[in-house]
Design a protein around this ligand. Structure first.
Ligand code: OAD
Length: 257
């Protein structure tokens, strides 16, 4: 084990309040594409302005709804990876830990994390675009394919179009989630940031808030990111390999060794 891994394990083993902050790289090894990967990233292949803005939904609801149904189908076929399982293990070891995710998939929940704070919403929480009433998650009768247009369901209360429960470009983050994330980052002694490019604000503020208020920051990412300079320890590698090793090293050794 290298020095960085030893330092990270010691920080984690001693921490009392941990925030785990995750991005799309967390789910990459489950087969869910990230946004900015040079080859497979969603925003390299698709036009975010035509799919992930309120204007796009107004202009072509079936295109937007169909694209998110395709993404929901991709996630449904994916399984949590060893990194998600390791995150749930950290939460079990450190009861006052808080998981804050930018991901709209449900892989953390399926790995055993009880209540992730979803900063960017969820593919599994559609709501009315008119009156905001939560709407049922539709059954995927016909498997959506990429590019298939699917008209959105209608709201049972006001019959406006139901929209995906994700945060789009130009929209505010859900207030409760953002407040919970800032509060957790302000009071933690360790923040572990995993698989995020750290480019999208205000989410990218969360590790910076923790660092400013004195928490140690560990970053897990195979690539360099703007968060490198915020992190006390940078673990360069994929989440599904690095996180289980980190958990083992933090706790599976004699106390004080
Ligand atoms: P990005 O696609 O911007 O960044 C993914 C990060 O994961 C990159 O830094 C990769 O190097 C890293 N990565 C790739 N594979 C990894 C692996 N196996 N293990 C660990 N890290 C890996 O995704 P996010 O940072 O999540 O917003 O993007 C932030 C937001 O931008 C998303 O929540 C989404 C998007 O627009 C909304 O949908 C509102």
């Amino acid at each position: 084990m290298g020095q960085a891994a030893r330092d990270a394990a010691e920080l984690l083993g001693q921490a009392r309040r941990v925030v785990i902050f995750t991005g799309a790289g967390m789910s990459a090894e489950s087969g869910v594409p990230t946004f900015r990967d040079a080859l497979t990233g969603l925003w390299r292949q698709f036009d975010a302005q035509a799919l992930a803005t309120p204007d796009a939904f107004r202009a072509d609801p079936a295109l937007v709804w169909g694209w998110y149904e395709w993404r929901r189908a991709t996630v449904r076929q994916a399984r949590p990876n060893a990194g998600h399982v390791a995150v749930a293990a950290i939460e079990a070891r450190v009861p006052s830990s808080v998981l804050v995710t930018q991901n709209v998939d449900d892989l953390h929940e399926r790995a055993g994390s009880a209540a992730p704070v979803h900063l960017h919403g969820s593919l599994f929480a559609p709501h009315c675009s008119g009156c905001a009433q939560p709407a049922p998650v539709p059954d995927l009768t016909e498997e959506p394919a990429e590019g298939r247009r699917i008209p959105p369901p209608r709201c049972a209360r006001c019959s406006a179009a139901v929209r995906p429960g994700v945060v789009w470009f130009g929209e505010a983050l859900p207030t409760e989630a953002l407040e919970a994330a800032v509060e957790a980052a302000s009071t933690c002694d360790l923040l572990l940031t995993v698989g995020t490019s750290g480019l999208v604000y205000p989410a990218a503020e969360i590790p910076q808030v923790a660092a400013r208020l004195g928490a140690a920051v560990i970053q897990v990412n195979p690539e360099e990111t703007p968060l490198d300079r915020v992190a006390d320890v940078n673990l360069r590698g994929p989440a599904a390999r690095v996180l289980p090793a980190l958990v083992d090293a933090a706790w599976d050794r004699p106390h004080g060794a």
